[in-house]
Write a protein that binds this ligand. Sequence first.
Ligand code: GLU
Length: 464
Amino acid sequence: MTELEDIRPATVRFAPSPTGRIHIGNARTALFNWLFAKQHHGEFILRFDDTDLARSKTEHAEAILADLQWLGIAPDTVAWQSKRFDAYAGAAERLKAAGLLYPCFESGEELERRRKLRLARRLPPIYGREALKLSAEERQALEAEGRKPHWRFLLPNYADSPFETRRTEVHWDDVVRGPQTVDLASMSDPVLIREDGTYLYTLPSVVDDIEMAVSHIIRGDDHVTNTGAQIALFRALGSEAPAFGHHNLLTSVTGEGLSKRSNALSIGSLRDDGYEPMAINSLAVLIGTSESVAAMASMEALLEHFKPDFASKSAAKFDPAELTNLNRALVHELAYETVSDRLSELGIAGDAAEAFWLTVRKNVDFVKEAVRWWTIVEQGPDSAETLEDEDIDFVREAFSLLPPEPWDGETWSTWTAAVKAATGRKGRALFMPLRVALTGLRSGPELADLLPLIGRARTLDRQP
Ligand code: GLU
């Protein structure tokens, strides 16, 4: 890229079909687009690929929008393909008039039989354009029988006769993968319109990309093989193709593809589990790249690490344990102002809330886990962890030495110095029984910080 191209504003789109909730792999695509748009002072379009009216649902679209917003992605424009059928019909008519969209009547079984025949003859198993040979009468006869055509786009992979294809290279400089080449003679003419008149994804997508002046199509590398035909379709519709970028996909830990239908790794369920949006964003973007995976506290920080071509070529495994590590790292640093509303919803509010958060944040993986500590501070130990018999008298004696209020950050050391002098205990033998008596747990936040939060009265309530 020249410097000039670098600063030219980009228009990108994220184009999910609203057939379910988006998962972390979809978030990767959305984020690659979002970050790319930010780096190019560009525009981000959320386009719902909802031409499949049976499977697309408004509630899924709304949930996708909400999920993106929660992640920190605010689309500049939201578009719906279901509102643009006229534009697709117009484009289809233009292609038909130019002889570039032709009707085919083969059934699935027929196509499969031909495919096998070609394979047996060691020919590439691509469509042989048999339907192009039908005369007008033959077509009419088929239609009279009640057969409905599906429509294929005639790829420009021949010189004189469409039945004599020749190597036709299409090149693009993929913003993620670098220079790519496909041979249009190696693929079948794609079906653009099904028998029932519904559109496959290709034509609406290209029509919209032209009309919305999309400059960069950034998507998963499962679409690489579609790109050659799409570039040809852009040209057939009188437009130059935009730039393309294909990033590697994420799989589950066991290597399966992620699916919108399985809700388990959806953004919605990760949100319900308590993950921070930036933990998800950090992993969704940095996994499977040349950058190391680390928790980025903000989109701005993530932006500094993002380069579209840093993605590797092979799929990356998404491991929820890694997400928890990132979440922990973020939560440990979260400022009180950032979480105060959420804490308040969890019932953690009041004068002590800030000091409380700063005390416990390093001991939780998720913000919601602070509730347990709040209950311990406010109400006392919740666990079955009990004092050893030989410690009970020691703790009773220690409690009798509690300094008077006001309590502050020094109270713990004042108190334990007195306890040490009186009992001769020190180190773990001294503090562990006190920790167990105060919190019911053997580990947790610094007792020096917890003690003033608990206060003298509530401490005395914990005396064995
Ligand atoms: N709806 C398509 C998908 O989710 C969009 C692909 C594209 O970005 O072109 O796979």
